[in-house]
Design a protein around this ligand. Structure first.
Ligand SMILES: NC(=O)c1ccc[n+]([C@@H]2O[C@H](COP(=O)([O-])OP(=O)(O)OC[C@H]3O[C@@H](n4cnc5c(N)ncnc54)[C@H](O)[C@@H]3O)[C@@H](O)[C@H]2O)c1
Ligand SMILES: [Zn+2]
Ligand SMILES: [Zn+2]
Length: 440
């Protein structure tokens, strides 16, 4: 009896502990299922993808796939029908975009209709919105960086099916024209004429709003929940890639990275300088670093950019405003005669000149990636070119500085934000369309 009595407190503690653990387990599972349920109800009610917020846990990921399955079933009901959805419409130049319900017609021959799940902003969109683009046609749906899921395909489309994850391309690849066949460039001109007129290759638009035709933009028009593009203006991607991040590959990142590796063909141990530490400039630095450059100098008038830019491979920085002589003179002294490669990623004719003149005599290559405002002209002394420097202009047809797609453009324009892939991504809801920025 004595033995049992002395054990009683221990048994009672054990029982209480057991009860407590059961409670903890119940609470854990209850909150787990409640969060799943509420998230799933939320998604069903709002009919929206929130990939970046959803990808933070396994539960969320499985929900994401579950929703994609449901979404594909739903898409089957929209095939061959006009889809009503939201889009940010540019009715006229220099006016903020307005969120409208638009009609998106089914894709015709060699066309693909896509559900856009994420997009990013680029200066090109603002350039056109500001009325600076000679090819800008209004009303239109801007946007050319995006990613999404194929909803349906038109006749004779062989490379895409409903459910494929894709990125629209503003420079297509027909694989037939002389540009596509040449190893020297990728500037396909198959649909250039119609793309520049804001229509699809058959000469018509798939967008309508309040009885008015809306024009396409750069063959992409990603500021819409649904868009239609030519099948040559699309690339299929790995379905496990986060659509909210890879959308940036549609323009800025690939432009900068390609400028270093394909246009300039940066060599190992070479010296490089990059004007402008925005998305494009950072991607150029990343390309130079990948190519094995020994020195990557960043030049920007906003020194706030320097700290973050270090992560992309820059080895040193200069703010031209802090010197009372031209930056090219400083760089030439610093690098014993000039740099092997320079890249202008600002869109300013003065920095284009500085970039060229900072190149080493005899072999220096200067690549212009930034786009200067219409009417601005670059000048330099012809001697600069006679003495062996090469000026390369990355083919750019539309881009220039931007101003605003409402709050999103304002944030980017403040200069403290990069649109880029980063572990410090911040999510913003702008007109109910997802836009990603990373804070510096
Ligand atoms: N070739 C293409 O296909 C393509 C694609 C995207 C963007 N672009 C062009 O590339 C340029 C850069 O684009 P982004 O998105 O990186 O822009 P961004 O605004 O994010 O970056 C520009 C950077 O340049 C800096 N800057 C401004 N004036 C300067 C000066 N005088 N000297 C040095 N630095 C200066 C700014 O502080 C900023 O950090 C733009 O002209 C854009 O239109 C071209
Ligand atoms: Zn082609
Ligand atoms: Zn762009």
């Amino acid at each position: 009896m004595m033995g049992i009595n002395s054990l009683k407190p221990c048994i009672s503690i054990a029982v209480n502990l057991f009860k407590f653990s059961i409670k903890i387990i119940i609470v854990f599972f209850a909150s787990y299922y409640f969060s799943r349920l509420s998230l799933s109800i939320y998604i069903r009610l709002t009919n929206r993808f929130y990939f970046s917020t959803l990808t933070t846990s396994y539960t969320a990921r499985s929900l994401q796939y579950k929703y994609i399955e449901q979404y594909l079933t739903k898409m089957a009901n929209t095939i061959d029908k006009v889809i009503k959805c939201r889009a940010a419409v540019a009715w006229e130049p220099s006016k903020p975009l307005t969120l409208e319900v638009i009609e998106v017609a089914p894709p015709k021959t060699h066309e693909v209709r896509i559900k856009i799940t994420a997009f990013a902003l680029c200066h090109t969109d603002a350039y056109t919105l500001n009325g600076l683009d000679p090819e800008g046609i209004f009303p239109c749906i801007l946007g050319h960086e995006g990613a999404g899921i194929v909803e349906s395909v038109g006749a004779d489309v062989t490379e895409f099916n409903s459910g494929d994850h894709v990125i629209p391309l503003y420079i297509p690849q027909c694989r037939e024209c002389k540009f596509c066949k040449s190893p020297k460039t990728n500037v396909c001109n198959k649909i250039r004429a119609t793309q520049g007129k804001g229509v699809l290759p058959d000469g018509t638009s798939r967008f309508m709003c309040n009885g008015k035709t809306l024009y396409h933009f750069m063959g992409c028009s990603t500021f819409s929940e649904y868009t239609v593009v030519a099948d040559i203006s699309l690339v299929k991607i790995d379905p496990t890639a986060s659509l909210d991040k890879v959308c940036l590959l549609g323009c800025g990142v690939s432009t900068g990275y390609g400028a270093a590796l394909n246009t300039a063909k940066v060599q190992p141990k070479s010296t490089c300088a990059i004007w402008g530490l925005g998305t494009v400039g950072l991607a150029v630095a990343f390309g130079c670093k990948t190519a094995g450059a020994s020195r990557i100098i960043g030049i920007d008038i906003n020194p706030i950019k320097f700290e973050t830019a270090k992560r992309f491979g820059f080895t040193e920085f200069f703010n031209p405003k802090q010197y009372n002589k031209p930056i090219q003179d400083i760089l030439i002294e610093l690098t014993d005669g000039g740099l092997d490669y320079t890249f202008e990623c600002v869109g300013n004719v003065e920095s284009m000149r500085a970039a060229l003149e900072s190149c080493h005599k005899g072999w220096g290559i200067s690549v212009i990636v930034g786009v200067a405002p219409a009417g601005h002209e670059i000048s330099t002394r012809p001697f600069q070119l006679i003495t062996g420097r090469t000026w390369k202009d990355e083919f750019i047809t539309h881009t220039l500085p931007f101003d605003q797609i409402n709050d999103g453009f304002k944030l980017m324009h403040a200069g403290n934000w990069f649109v880029f892939i980063s572990t410090y991504n911040y999510l913003f809801m702008i007109n109910n369309i997802l836009i990603y920025f990373s804070v510096i």
